[in-house]
Design a protein around this ligand. Structure first.
Ligand SMILES: [Zn+2]
Length: 162
């Protein structure tokens, strides 16, 4: 067995030495990923071998701290700054909605004809307080209220008969 940074001979020697003496021929083991040599001896070494299962596993799988960190580090998504120049695409959605036929119901309340309003002094005052009820007539006649049915009780400021 060999690794990127340990020849088969060296690997075999390490395993053999450990099995025979409980020690390694060198106090450092190279990281399998980057080759960085990491010190391991005594309890530290035994602890790591226990963790890896065997000296062979340790030698063939050991990675230094920075390599482990790199592997474990979750891929951080790059923040993409939204380009201000690009306008978000507006997707037009055409939705077809079918309506059931609308029933037109004549409301008995709130429906008043001009005649109804004109017949009541109160209503006329309420409706004409500040605004002309028949501006089309008023303007067509050159600003005159001539013929307006609301004239008698109208409170509009522009009220005048020319
Ligand atoms: Zn490494």
């Amino acid at each position: 067995m060999e690794t990127k940074y340990m020849t088969a001979e060296k690997f075999a020697l390490f395993v053999k030495t450990y099995e025979e003496s409980g020690k390694l021929p060198e106090k450092k083991i190279p990281c399998v990923a980057c080759g960085e040599e990491v010190s391991m001896f005594h309890d530290n070494l035994r602890h790591r071998i226990a963790k890896f299962g065997s000296v062979t596993n340790l030698l063939s799988n050991f990675q230094c701290r920075s390599c482990r960190k790199t592997e474990k580090a979750p891929a951080t998504p790059k923040k993409v700054k939204a380009s201000k120049s690009k306008k978000p695409e507006v997707k037009e959605e055409i939705t077809t909605v079918s309506f059931s036929p609308v029933k037109l119901i004549q409301s008995e309340r709130n429906v008043m004809s001009f005649q109804d309003i004109a017949a009541s002094k109160e209503l006329t005052q309420e409706f004409t307080n500040g605004s002309c009820m028949q501006p089309h007539m008023f303007l067509n006649q050159g600003r005159s209220c001539k013929g307006c049915i609301f004239f008698d009780n109208c409170l509009c400021n522009c009220k005048q008969v020319k």
